[in-house]
Design a protein around this ligand. Structure first.
Ligand code: NDP
Length: 334
């Protein structure tokens, strides 16, 4: 297999030198396992955390080991009774052209209702994150205002559109005019650019009745602007803090935790962090409901498909900066 391994741990933003491409022997295929050829590899912000030598909700990638990641693959050889050569499956093969995985950990994609990359995006882990986090923690009600950033990405775009389906007003935040325009096309009621110099004023204009649900994807200055506009009994599903994933130190300035806690108290806010797998029980419901919304065109999505495993490194570095437009997927093979 050709694979991309973690060569060294990044300090701040990852660089190409933190990765190394190598070829390795793969096998044998033990009883219960399958040999898979990777067709599509998902690139996700959480992978930045795995490059650090810090225990998080998942173990770090070891130096010299392949980068991890969700994959859509074709079965090449099977030692599992329910899987046969040629089957297409969702797995966790990582940044490599071939992988061996236990058959029991794979999800068959026979009859999948959309083109295969969607299994890694809107109908996969990021879409599920949006669905479970918004509906379970955010609980948007008709006429409430829901705000989300990284709003053209797979999580944010689903959050905004599900909020609309539930009758709420959706306000999307993204970087740059092209993405802001895309948000309007996705049906967001208002769309604003976090890079604009008058971002705070734009946010105020877009949320005249305050903010009831803020789906937190980014942190940083977006969160500070949003916090000031949260309504009483507001809910904040804390999903991701991508603006800080490359940070090497705390931001400058005074300690604002007391101010934050003051607002949480005065406005009876609920801040609740989550990792999507906590809601695994909701997966069947997600697949049915989101599958229908996507088929109906009620939920639309953008994909940013790059070609060839070698593209994974620049695409991943770019995604953390916002160079991507929609769900980043690497097409590894036909
Ligand atoms: P995206 O495809 O949206 O990619 C990340 C985006 O973040 C960039 O495109 C960029 O969009 C935005 N961004 C980067 N830096 C900043 C910044 N400084 N300020 C504001 N926005 C910034 O990613 P996903 O949809 O896959 O993931 C969204 C979030 O959800 C991430 O934080 C991720 O870690 C989290 N997540 C959490 C899960 C969980 O279980 N808790 C599961 C899956 C994802 P733009 O150009 O618009 O600024």
């Amino acid at each position: 297999t050709t694979r991309i391994v973690l060569a060294s741990r990044p300090k701040g933003e990852p660089t190409p030198e933190n990765f190394r491409t190598e070829t390795a022997e793969i096998g044998p295929v033990d009883n219960g396992d399958v040999l898979l050829q990777t067709l599509y590899l998902s690139l996700d912000p959480y992978m930045r955390g795995r490059m650090n030598d810090a225990k998080s909700y998942a173990d770090p990638v070891e130096i010299g080991q392949p980068m991890v990641g969700g994959t859509v693959s074709r079965v090449v050889e099977s030692a599992h009774p329910n899987l046969a050569e040629g089957d297409i499956v969702l797995g966790y093969g990582g940044w490599q052209t071939y992988s061996i995985e236990p058959g029991k950990s794979l999800v068959g994609l026979d009859g999948f209702p959309a083109p295969l990359p969607a299994a890694l995006g809107v109908l996969g882990m990021p879409g599920f994150t949006a669905y479970a986090g918004l509906l379970t923690i955010g609980q948007p009600k008709p006429a409430e205002t829901v705000v989300v950033a990284a709003a053209t990405g797979p999580v944010g775009s689903a959050v905004g559109q599900i909020a609309k389906i539930k009758g709420a007003r959706a306000v999307g935040i993204a970087g740059g005019e092209k993405k802001v325009e895309a948000l309007r096309e996705l049906g967001f009621d208002a769309a604003i650019d976090h890079r604009a110099p008058d971002f705070d004023e734009q946010l105020a204009a877009a949320t005249p009745d305050g903010i009831d649900v803020y789906f937190e994807n980014v942190g940083g200055k977006v969160w500070e602007a949003v916090l000031a506009r949260m309504n009483e009994f507001g809910r904040v599903p804390v999903c991701g803090l991508v603006s800080g994933y490359n940070a090497t130190s705390l931001p400058e300035g005074p300690n604002r935790v007391p101010q934050l806690m003051g607002l949480v108290l005065q406005r009876s806010l609920t801040l609740r962090g989550f990792i999507q797998r906590e809601f695994v029980d909701q997966l069947p419901q997600f697949r049915a409901e989101m599958g229908k919304w996507v088929a109906d065109g009620q939920v639309k999505y953008h994909e940013d498909v790059v070609d060839g495993l070698d593209s994974a490194v620049p695409a991943f570095i770019g995604m953390l900066r916002g160079d991507n437009f929609g769900k980043v997927v690497v097409k590894v093979a036909d």
